[in-house]
Design a protein around this ligand. Structure first.
Ligand code: 13P
Ligand code: SF4
Length: 393
């Protein structure tokens, strides 16, 4: 008699912690010795390694990074500003990107072939970026083609997407956008065609379409990649001016209109400032909406004594609160919420990356395959050539 064992699903193993999700983890090995977080000399070690590397290294830090990492950044910014800085530094041999995987990929695409982009921890991915896979987007495009709609549809992809999705966008006459220039890029897209396929963040797409472009909610339809034809009928596909990919940020999706109502009740006169990755009703309930760079500029310009509830990642909110003790700055939600993948980059990983470079080893290099990079660069360059820079420029 033969026996067959029931197949164990990958999901079951993942939940039991006995397997790994290769897409989201992208490898977490640290060849060589990763210093323990308890090492009391980490700051000295990072300082010494950075000094030894001199001009050969440039450290970029996204606003969601930990303070211990930001202390070593040569430039900080939102994802638009960091992409632009990377593109403007052809002289630097090594860019250490303290941010997440899609940002490091973009930096690699925008820099020369001899420049290296290193991500201190390869597990620093982005759950939103992982919500749009290239094969899913190709299928969505095939659906649009069969419906006779692909010719008039311009893909716009948020920076928070893989290089493969940026490449798709470049190949199909579209452009990348970030949270600081989404309105300008969507306006440009409507000059090129009649419809936008917005990837992968439905909230940024909807908020920009309705708040900035004056479209109505009924002009937008959500395309669910897990359903046949995105779960849309032919007339829903045809009538939509903006097809919103069903993706979201797990950090910003936590904020609700209840969070807004509660903080307004707790602190009379408080102003609510949120990132456009928040849900549409939260954005409508807020006083101000903008990218991380906009959030910083708004708090810097605010009068002493003013009160602010901020709906974005906690590292940034805490840094703003301690940099502005004359203002009352608080997190919009009462529960703590870091971006777990941004937080993967810590001082031990930065020390390991820098010391490895000193020893002549470039670890965790991010390299985008040539053909993918070619079209992704087209989409990134279209964005960089457009007006709509960061609020602080
Ligand atoms: P910014 O483009 O505002 O820097 O935001 C990036 C990000 O990942 C927000 O979740
Ligand atoms: Fe991705 Fe959200 Fe983290 Fe930004 S905050 S990197 S969108 S998971």
């Amino acid at each position: 008699m033969t026996t067959t064992s029931a197949p164990v699903s990958t999901l079951a193993l993942l939940l039991l912690g006995q397997s790994s999700d290769l897409v989201s983890e992208r490898g977490v090995d640290c060849p060589g010795v990763l210093p323990p977080a308890s090492d009391p000399d980490l700051v000295e070690r990072a300082t010494a390694a950075k000094a030894a590397l001199g001009d050969s290294v440039f450290i970029l830090g996204h606003h969601y990074q930990r303070d211990e990492v930001m202390a070593f950044a040569d430039a900080t910014g939102d994802s638009f500003k960091l992409a632009r800085i990377a593109a403007e530094r052809p002289d630097v041999e090594n860019i250490v990107f303290c941010g997440v995987h899609f940002m490091a990929e973009s930096a690699d695409i925008l820099t020369g072939p001899d420049q290296r982009v290193l991500l201190p921890d390869l597990a620093a991915g982005c759950s939103m970026a992982d919500m749009a896979a290239r094969d899913q987007v190709d299928r969505a495009w095939a659906t649009l083609r069969e419906a006779g709609l692909s010719a008039g549809t311009i893909p716009v992809t948020y920076m928070n997407s893989s290089a493969a999705i940026k490449s798709f966008t470049g190949e199909h006459a579209g452009a990348v956008c970030t949270s600081s220039n989404a309105a300008a890029v969507m306006r440009w897209a409507f000059e090129q065609g009649q419809r936008i396929l917005f990837l992968p963040d439905q909230h940024l797409g909807r908020n920009t379409a309705v708040r900035d472009l004056g479209l109505s909610l009924s002009d937008c339809a959500v395309y669910d990649p897990r359903l046949p034809d995105g779960g849309l009928t032919r007339s829903e596909l045809t009538d939509a001016k903006v097809l919103l990919w069903r993706g979201h940020c797990s950090v910003h999706a936590r904020f609700t209109t209840d969070s807004v109502a509660q903080v307004r009740e707790r602190v009379p006169g408080i102003q609510v400032l949120v990132h456009p990755e928040c849900q549409h009703d939260v954005v409508l309930a807020a006083d101000f909406v903008g990218s991380t760079e906009f959030i910083i500029a708004t708090i810097e310009a605010a009068p002493a004594g003013s009160s602010w509830a901020i709906g974005t990642e906690l590292n940034l909110v805490r840094r703003l609160a301690s940099a502005h003790p004359d203002k009352h700055v608080t997190f919009l939600d009462r529960t703590v919420c870091y971006c777990s993948t941004m937080n993967r980059i810590d001082l031990p990983h930065l020390v390991w990356t820098l010391e490895s470079l000193v020893a002549g080893r470039a670890v965790n290099r991010i390299t985008v395959e040539v053909e993918t990079a070619k079209w992704a660069r087209v989409a990134l360059d279209r964005m960089l050539a457009m007006p709509g820079p960061s609020a602080r420029d």
